[in-house]
Write a protein that binds this ligand. Structure first.
Ligand code: ADP
Ligand code: ADP
Ligand code: MG
Length: 647
């Protein structure tokens, strides 16, 4: 019996969505599931789903994790992605303690772990790599000379980087030193390794990667490609397969190169070989270049699963137990098209600021949904902002996109702000539909995609006020004293009676009228603005201070009672306070007490949920620090410093 050789249990050294994903497969295969979690994640969905739980101070504490795994009697350990999943020392440590690490050998991880050594290896093996420098010399002067030789624009990249971090674009030599310093700082903070490489920047790039799989019997197959060109700040948002417009000979050359890369390091398990494709020269077979190999399962693996009808976590567990790959290359046949969208707790209208908090309502359906949270759960500010991945599959790309769009149109998420409306705008963008986009598409089309401050949603405002109406304006009662409807001077003498009132929509005061007529009551804008009809009825939820309304993927807050004038935002603008726009860690402070600054000058950098946010001077003047130091965790709204008015 094949099953007899599999593990009795598996410990998942990860959290959230991927932990839930692994638990589902392990359970189906009859393995006992052990969830490892931090104190912050006590009671999180993945811990509720698991058969057993064990605690660790951090997902990055290798020693504590291995000790906990041993104590729990874990036979196998699945690292998920992120955290320690690509840490060769950790894999080695597990092996030493007799725990099967679900992933490649430490040697393969080391060979591919750094972008620099991986590029050198691939270049020797004959795979196309971009011009650049990926050697040991890290002196700024030398690196700058190399950038000049490669020719601007170039990218500076952290060799230990991942998740789009530690990368800086440099367009000319005057920017080089600053960009280098900031790339090194970010790399040191995020990966504990400040070393960088220099690479030619491709101006019209598509990101196309190939999923590969190896077993311990020397077999390596590819599982076709994923196009992940829709990115924001070099992080993937929408991924799909097949890559639109990819000619068969190029696909062949790319999958061959990927299999060769995996074979060159004796790869076992799931891995992804990432390529950058120069779309300005078409998608010919000489236009792709090796970027890096991720020696783990990828966030976007469900795209491949949908395309091929496979379970990659099952393959991982079987291969880790020493079994052969379940299918040969010829037996792996793609069907139709698959596309995935990442629903994040972030606000596209305010520069994608992370928006943690309790998910008061969460309804996602109609397609495959991979999530680590349920309605009522908290999106923690301590980890990344992913709420769920929605994966659609159909016979054609157009149908898959339509299916995904329909699911997003019906999605309801209230509490944290989400990118649902933004994802819908992306999917319906003509350039994306035609497959003509590149990785710069989002940044170049923020306005078209609605990722700029938008006027309040009129339809949501009216829907919210309709729900609040009984609270603010008691229903017309037969001339009871104190009833607003009996205040005659507020009404027209003939026809429907109209009562003007004010409400706050997303914190901003607006004038409305309540209209009472024979058929009942309704609410309209006082300026007679008409609200467009909603395609799908808005969802309204009562909260402590008003209502939250979800309409067309956007969330609107409506409060009928007028709040005090001069609330926090006004005050901070006038006293020059620079406050934290979200809960996060202060990772740079560019100014000292008493420094003179110019309006718009960068003062500090805050990091939260894998994102960096620059805080800039609201006006020119002299700085007074408020006592925060680099490394401090600051709460949303905390004053970091003040810029005093020029005398
Ligand atoms: P991919 O290339 O597959 O998109 P990323 O490198 O962006 O992978 O990261 C993979 C995942 O790992 C993230 O979506 C997140 O779940 C997790 N992750 C990575 N880094 C961190 C981090 N610093 N903190 C929390 N989670 C992280
Ligand atoms: P990470 O480890 O952070 O995923 P990658 O090297 O894979 O780093 O690059 C992340 C993203 O940055 C790519 O998906 C692509 O959008 C962009 N990128 C990387 N290298 C280049 C390049 N040479 N030219 C243009 N864009 C690039
Ligand atoms: Mg990458």
């Amino acid at each position: 019996m094949k099953e007899a050789r599999l593990f009795a249990n598996v410990l998942i050294a990860n959290r959230g969505e991927i932990a839930c994903r692994i638990i589902a497969t392990a359970r189906r295969m009859g393995l006992k599931t052990i969830a490892l979690h931090t104190p912050t994640d006590r009671g999180a969905l993945f811990t509720r789903l698991a058969d057993e739980t064990v605690e660790t101070p951090s997902y990055l504490d290798a020693a504590a994790i291995v000790t906990a795994a041993k104590a729990a009697g874990a036979q196998a350990l699945h690292p998920g992605y992120g955290f320690l999943s690509e840490n060769a020392d950790f894999a080695e440590y597990c092996a030493l303690e007799g725990i099967a690490f679900v992933g490649p050998s430490p040697e393969a991880m080391r060979a591919m772990g750094l972008k620099s050594t991986a590029k050198a290896l691939m270049a020797r093996a004959g795979a196309p790599v971009l011009p650049g420098y990926h050697g040991d010399n890290q002196t700024p002067k030398f690196l700058k000379e190399r950038a000049y030789q490669v020719g601007y624009p170039v990218l500076i990249k952290a060799i230990a980087g991942g998740g789009g971090r530690g990368i800086r674009r440099v367009d000319n030599h005057v920017e080089f030193e600053n960009a280098l310093e900031s790339a090194q700082r970010e790399a040191q903070a995020a990966f504990g390794d400040g070393r960088v490489l220099i690479e030619k920047l491709i101006l019209s790039p598509r990101h196309i990667e190939v999923q590969v799989f190896g077993d311990s019997h020397g077999n390596v197959v590819h599982l076709y490609e994923r196009d992940c060109s829709l990115q924001r700040r070099r992080q993937k948002l929408i991924e799909e397969s097949p890559a639109p417009g990819l000619p068969a000979p190029t696909r062949r050359a790319m999958t061959d190169a990927a299999v060769m890369a995996a074979k060159s390091v004796g790869y076992v398990g799931a891995g992804t070989v990432e390529f950058i494709v120069d779309a300005s020269k078409g998608l010919g077979r000489d236009c792709f270049f090796f970027l890096e190999m991720n020696t783990r399962l990828q966030v976007e693996h469900p795209v491949t699963e949908a395309l091929l009808g496979l379970d990659l976590v099952e393959w991982q567990l079987r291969v880790a137990a020493g079994e052969k790959l379940p299918l040969t290359q010829e037996e792996i046949v793609p069907h139709g098209a698959a596309v995935e969208a990442r629903v994040n707790a972030e606000d596209p209208e305010t520069g994608f600021l992370p928006s943690p908090g309790r998910l008061r309502v969460l309804r996602l359906e109609g397609v495959r949904v991979d999530s680590g949270v349920e309605e009522g759960d908290e999106i923690s500010p301590h980890y990344d902002s992913l709420i769920a991945k929605l994966i659609a599959h159909a016979d054609t790309r157009d149908e898959a996109l339509a299916k995904l769009d329909a699911a997003l149109a019906r999605a309801v998420a209230l509490g944290p702000k989400t990118n649902i409306a933004f994802l819908r705008a992306l999917i319906s963008a003509p350039e994306f539909q035609a497959g003509l986009h590149d990785t710069g598409f989002i940044d170049a089309h923020l306005e078209q995609l609605g990722a700029t401050p938008q006027p309040p949603d009129a339809c949501a405002a009216l829907a919210g006020l309709a729900a609040l109406l009984p609270q603010v304006l008691p229903a017309p009662a037969p001339a009871a004293d104190g009833d607003p409807w009996s205040v005659t001077d507020a009404f027209e003498l003939l026809g429907p009676r109209r009562l003007p009132f004010e409400a706050r929509v997303n914190g901003k005061a607006e004038r409305f009228v309540a209209i009472a007529h024979a058929g009942g009551q309704e609410i309209a804008f006082a300026d007679r603005r008409a609200a467009p009809a909603a395609a799908i009825p808005p969802t309204v939820l009562a909260v402590e201070d008003g209502v939250l309304v979800m309409n067309g993927g956007r969330q609107t807050h409506v409060a009928a009672a007028l709040l005090d004038e001069g609330d926090g935002s006004q005050a901070s603008a006038s006293d020059g306070a620079v406050t934290a726009p979200m809960h996060g860690r202060l990772i740079a402070l560019d100014v000292g007490d008493g420094d003179e600054v110019q309006p718009g000058q960068r003062l500090a950098v805050l990091e939260a949920m894998k994102m960096e946010h620059a805080l800039t001077a609201p006006r020119g003047g002299r700085v007074t620090l408020a006592g925060c130091k680099v490394g401090d965790i600051v709460e949303m709204g905390a004053v970091i410093l003040r810029v005093g008015e020029r005398p």
